[in-house]
Design a protein around this ligand. Structure first.
Ligand code: SER
Length: 532
């Protein structure tokens, strides 16, 4: 069965069982700055699990099916073996309050054993923890379908959340034998019963909490290439028709996987850089160049610019590496991503001190950030509690002025003391009394709503894309801090590039009053305002 047939069969199977076909989301998530890439099919559906969005309304069904392209770099060191890839497609069926464990398990069982005619070696279910009960129901469901080997496992079979927060829950994994006779996990059914208010890392450290979601959600994922290898009786994913060139050696496979992933990222507008998504892309291309050299091939012309840039320092960098040069110098002067240096060192059987690297790297980042903060600390002369409140009020005022007077309002200056705020902005005429009143009302509404004030560090181009307010003619560093007022960046009332201190919630600001509105110079107005 070709990969394309597998795709079609999967979609048809679930469509026939009441699922709406939804197209793959982009690799660069549209409304989730907390993650670099789409790593799972469920990611685009996060708001449907929490009840923020209604699947029935948007898809005409509570159930959806998709084939999602994904990028995962967590297993990048394993790429080159039989099953790991950085870019892959995930087949998934989803339910947002439609069906529950019984149906989800029965569908998977039917698809694998009847449609694909494979046999299941064993499955896993969650054995429970302090806060989450043992998954008895899944166990019963599997047994009733005749699957006898049901293994209870711990943290590995509790899935998610992705990013800073989100849906998560116990999972059941399905294992089948591959052509080498090894059991491979092919499918994973997650029961999204909980919302975690922090990342997985925070959850594992006990720093985040689980609350029950309004209904049980189903989220499943099956790696297309892995499944194809089993169906086509191939020893690795690289021998399937997903990789027409069938790379054999580890270096060949790394080149094939990394260039495929890099192509996909470039197609979505990612450019090589030293931070965030761009850094991942840079790593992929540079590692591909290194391995292409070893096997004497050339990587695609699409990466020419980045390849040329790297080639300028590659030979010299490799010489420096042989001399035992510091990884941080290899990074800053020779463009060797840390991971690349680590890989080279591992091949030689020497260790790399990543802690030292991270320390040096943090320091390097702090220097550029300190520069940025100095410039954009928002006109604060001191950081008393009152001044900090005025600073947050200034952000609300800025947005309220744009709401009332239009987007030609542009910040020209800000000055804050513990007694008042002063805000200068571009606008051609005096404000009317009604306009001033309306601005006051809006700011006071936003105070009453008790909105959280949050921040996120983003690469400059990403930050600009969020629509956050900033000085257009300023030079900003590669990474900027965006402060936003609201529960999420895409729904925030106010968003600004800003490195200064803010109060955590608008609820504590008191009552906002405009004391004066006057001209500073032609086309520039000044507002003085107080909080009482
Ligand atoms: N979210 C789960 C995974 O990525 C199932 O789709 O494995």
């Amino acid at each position: 069965m070709t990969v394309n047939e597998v795709r079609q069969r999967f979609l048809k199977f679930f469509e026939a069982r009441g699922h709406t076909i939804v197209t793959s989301a982009p690799l660069v998530p549209e409304n989730d700055p907390s993650v670099l890439f789409t790593t799972a099919g469920m990611q685009q559906f996060k708001p449907y699990y929490t009840g923020e969005k209604d699947a029935l309304k948007d898809f005409g069904s509570k159930n959806a099916v998709s084939i999602q392209k994904c990028i995962r770099t967590s297993d990048i060191d394993e790429v080159g073996d039989a099953t790991h890839l950085t870019f892959f497609e995930m087949l998934g069926n989803f339910s947002f309050g439609g069906y529950v464990r019984k149906e989800a398990i029965a569908y998977a069982h039917e698809f694998i054993t009847k449609e694909l005619e494979l046999s299941i070696s064993y499955v896993t279910v969650y054995k429970g923890s302090e806060n989450v009960p043992r998954d008895e129901k899944s166990k019963e469901n599997w047994k009733s379908l005749g699957v006898v080997d049901v293994r209870e496992e711990g943290a590995d079979v509790f899935w998610g959340p992705t990013g800073n927060a989100g849906p998560c829950g116990p999972t059941t994994e399905i294992y089948c034998k591959d052509a080498n006779g090894k059991d491979v996990e092919i499918w994973n059914i997650v029961f999204n019963e909980y919302f975690c208010n922090g990342s997985r890392e925070q959850l594992d450290k006990g720093e985040a909490k689980l609350t029950k979601l309004p209904f049980l959600g189903i989220d499943t994922g099956m790696g297309l290439e892995r499944l194809a290898a089993i169906l086509q009786k191939k020893e690795s994913v690289y021998e399937t028709d997903a990789f027409p060139t069938h790379p054999v050696s580890r270096s060949e496979r790394i080149v094939a996987d990394h260039t495929r992933a890099a192509e996909a990222l470039i197609q979505e507008g990612v450019e090589p850089s030293n931070i965030g998504r761009g850094y991942v892309l840079r790593r992929l291309i540079r590692r591909a160049v290194l391995h292409a050299d070893r096997i004497g091939t050339k990587i695609s012309d699409r990466f020419k610019d980045e390849e040329t840039r790297f080639r300028k320092t590659l030979t010299a960098g490799l010489k420096e590496f042989e001399k035992g040069t510091d990884p941080f110098v290899l990074f800053t002067s020779y463009g060797f991503p840390l991971e690349l240096t680590r890989e080279l060192a591992k091949e030689k059987g020497v260790a790399v001190d990543t802690k030292e690297f991270e320390k040096a790297f943090e320091k390097h980042k702090e220097i550029s950030r300190a520069g940025a903060e100095k410039k954009f600390k928002g006109g604060l002369a001191d950081t008393s509690e009152m001044s900090v409140k005025y600073h947050t009020a200034t952000h609300l005022l800025h947005q309220a002025l744009r709401d009332v007077l239009g987007n030609e309002v542009q910040q020209k200056g800000s000055n804050i003391t513990p007694e008042r705020l002063r805000f200068d902005f571009a606008f051609p005429r005096k404000m009317t009394d009604e306009e001033k009143k309306r601005v006051e009302e809006i700011v006071n509404e936003k105070i009453k709503e008790g909105l959280p004030v949050q921040k996120v560090i983003l690469p400059l181009s990403e930050a600009k894309k969020t629509g956050a307010l900033h000085f257009f003619d300023e030079k900003y560093p590669d990474e900027v801090l965006v402060h936003y007022v609201g529960s999420s960046l895409d729904t925030a009332y106010s968003k600004e590039f800003c490195g200064g201190p803010h109060i955590a919630n608008t609820g504590v600001l008191g009552t906002f009053k405009i004391a004066k509105e006057e001209a500073v110079s032609a086309g520039v107005r000044r507002i003085k305002a107080t909080l009482e």
